[in-house]
Design a protein around this ligand. Structure first.
Ligand code: MG
Ligand code: MG
Length: 267
């Protein structure tokens, strides 16, 4: 069942979403070649605990960490590891926090040092597709309008692979609520968007094939052809006039641009 949030609940959700954005901003300041994704996980966990919140992912469905950190061909649900990052890596960091009874859930893909032009384009188009999906988040549209906007900009226009096995979702008192929000679909289909619905929109887009498989760790999802994958996620409240984006990339992008160890020239 789709939960409609009151205005007061949406404001609590904004606090949670912005705490995730602040966590990702800390990550953007910290990232460089040589740090391990386990160090990134520890930084994020401490930051969340320091802000009187708890990590949403840790122990959910048995997941053991605060963050999912997916490097290069890892799509999502990547286990933090003790392996150092290196120049040329792309790193998707997905974080959730639970505070005041509500979850926030956002993800961002970073480029460590200089990355190939093809990867830069993948990051740019994936981020653009998220914004195109968000544009459809107004009352009266349907979930399929969001799905189609993302698919059209990525697989149809640029030939990328849209992952079919993983989808965006409703967000609220639970991390995963109805409805599912696929990154592929037809206009005018699916649940009708109503004012006060909150969705986590999250294109997961592969440079090559759309097909993925489970790593031996049981969690990490990887592309079947070993090519890179990108992931950006925002939390959006459906409104009548225009979407209300509860999370923010502003601080993350500023930190990304002022970190000389990251490549922020892709958008
Ligand atoms: Mg997420
Ligand atoms: Mg999510």
């Amino acid at each position: 069942m789709i939960q409609i949030k009151t205005n007061a609940e949406v404001e609590l959700m904004r606090v949670s979403a912005l705490l995730v954005s602040a966590t990702l901003t800390e990550v953007a300041r910290f990232l460089r070649s040589g740090v391990t994704t386990m160090q990134v996980n520890e930084l994020a966990e401490q930051f969340i605990l320091d802000h009187q919140a708890t990590p949403s992912f840790k122990n959910l469905y048995g997941y053991p960490y605060t963050t999912c950190i997916s490097v290069n061909d890892a799509v999502v649900h990547g286990f933090p590891r003790d392996i150092p990052l290196k120049d040329g890596d792309i790193v998707s960091v997905d974080v959730g926090v639970y505070k005041n009874g509500f979850h926030g859930d956002s993800a961002y893909t970073f480029a460590i040092g200089a990355i190939p032009e093809a990867s830069k384009a993948l990051l740019r188009i994936t981020k653009e597709s998220l914004l195109k999906g968000i544009e459809k988040c107004v009352a009266g549209n349907r979930v399929g309008d969001i799905s189609h906007a993302i698919f059209d900009h990525t697989e149809k226009k640029h030939g990328y692979g849209v992952v079919r096995d993983l989808v965006g979702h409703g967000l609220g008192r639970k991390l995963h609520e109805d409805p599912q929000v696929p990154n592929f679909g037809r206009k005018g289909t699916g649940s009708k968007l109503k004012e006060g619905m909150v969705l986590a929109i999250e294109p997961m887009i592969n440079l090559g094939t759309k097909d993925v498989f489970h790593d031996a760790d049981g969690w990490t999802i990887r592309t079947k052809d070993g090519m890179p994958s990108a992931h950006y996620e925002h939390n959006v409240c459906i409104r009548r006039q225009k979407p209300d984006v509860l999370s923010s990339f502003e601080g993350i992008e500023a930190a990304e641009k002022s970190n000389p160890n990251l490549d922020a020239t892709y958008y």
